[in-house]
Design a binder for this molecule. Structure first.
Ligand code: AMP
Ligand code: TRP
Length: 364
């Protein structure tokens, strides 16, 4: 089966950042790691926003499998997790006719640009990354160089596509800043050539983060002060997008509460109330004001079944689409191979600009 992709989207040429684009739709790039099942935080903090962007932006969404091996991984799971993450993108509403969906390791320019950027990125910029420090503690003595280098690979992902905007959750903001600094201070400022008027011609586009407030930080069900995460050993701390209805209900039933009646936002003493009420608003499609009014005098015993019902109802159509997609592996394969072609064309052009700016001998 042939899959129509966004053929009207032009490919950037080997010219200064952005100059090869004939349509002025802002470019968007984002990605999620195929490490374990995606959860409500990934959906509400990231992927949900991608869906809203795809109609009026030129969108690229990748499954960042090279990032997934920066901590010890299971080789027998990697391909399956990559496919299931791609299927979840589609099930969440990413449309291959509008967006380019691809696997990071299928486009070798990501690794190559990462190397070039590595050689201009100061080590101490990486050593101060919060996510590195947090993850490194968990790895003990076995921290890989790849884990330290993770944000440079992420910068390569973004900069290869001349992305204008990068929709991510709040935890990725520092990595976005780093990508901006590398592009601006370490590549453009050092290697740009000048036009006839003496103005520098930028080599890489400097991206902007795009962090929507609501959903940007979904917290754990078992601790309202730490974020919902794929790596939390307690599965009860997160609801994954593929959890069956009974499991969702059970996890919500066991979620941490406090002794107070009434759900409310913004009370620093009640992080669980804030988090679960926020989830309810997003999943039931209510404004925060409406959710606060509806649940303001409810006890936990009445609120939890309501939240469970809203969660199950919000995930049901997504789960049905996911299972349909997994039943047709050929279709998914086509989506990813056409995505790879489109992504490679854009990425190779950018990589060539950087190679030339750094002074490499042309290969033919
Ligand atoms: P990861 O699971 O670390 O690969 O994250 C993929 C995307 O989901 C990134 O844009 C994250 O910022 C976002 N994300 C991850 N966990 C959460 C969370 N608990 N709340 C909101 N966004 C999240
Ligand atoms: N580091 C991101 C995360 O864990 C995933 C990621 C890798 C990404 N490359 C990216 C996100 C490029 C946005 C753009 O969430």
């Amino acid at each position: 089966m042939s899959v129509p992709v966004a053929s009207s989207v032009p490919v950037a040429s080997a010219s200064p950042a952005g100059a090869g684009r004939s349509i002025e739709r802002p470019r968007v790039l984002s990605g999620v790691q195929p490490t374990g099942a995606l959860h409500l935080g990934n959906w509400l903090g990231a992927i949900r926003n991608w869906v809203a962007l795809q109609s009026d932006h030129d969108t690229f969404f990748c499954v960042v499998d090279l990032h997934a091996i920066t901590v010890p991984h299971q080789p027998e799971r990697l391909a399956e997790d990559t496919l299931s993450t791609a299927a979840l993108y589609l099930a969440c509403g990413i449309d291959p006719q509008k967006a380019t969906i691809f696997v990071q390791s299928h486009v070798s320019a990501h690794s190559e640009l990462c190397w070039l950027l590595n050689c201009v990125t100061p080590l101490n910029w990486l050593e101060r990354m919060i996510q590195f420090k947090e993850k490194a503690v968990k790895q003990g003595a076995d921290v890989s160089a790849g884990l330290l280098d993770y944000p440079v690979l992420m910068a390569a992902d973004i900069l290869l596509y001349d992305a204008d905007r990068v929709p991510v959750g709040e935890d990725q903001k520092q990595h976005l800043e780093l990508a901006r600094d590398i592009a601006q201070q370490r590549i453009n400022a050092r290697f740009a050539s000048r036009d006839s008027a003496g103005q520098p011609i930028p080599i890489l586009k400097v991206p902007q983060p795009l962090i929507l407030k609501e959903g940007a930080r979904v917290m754990s069900l078992t601790d309202g002060r730490s974020k919902m995460s794929k790596s939390d050993p307690n599965e009860g701390s997160r609801i994954t997008l593929l959890d069956p209805a009974e499991l969702i209900t059970r996890k919500i039933k066991r979620a941490k509460t406090d002794p107070q009646m009434g759900l409310e936002f913004g009370n620093p003493e009640r992080p669980e109330a804030d988090n679960l009420l926020g989830l309810y608003a997003l999943l039931a499609g209510r404004s925060r004001e409406a959710a606060a009014a509806e649940c303001g005098s409810m006890g936990w015993g009445s609120f939890k079944p309501l939240l469970a019902e809203a969660t199950v109802a919000a995930l049901a159509p997504l789960q049905a689409r996911y299972h349909e997609l997994r039943a047709d592996p050929q279709h998914l394969g086509e989506v990813l191979s056409q995505g790879r072609e489109r992504a490679s064309a854009v990425a190779e052009a950018t990589l060539e600009r950087v190679r030339q700016a750094l002074g490499f001998l042309a290969s033919s």
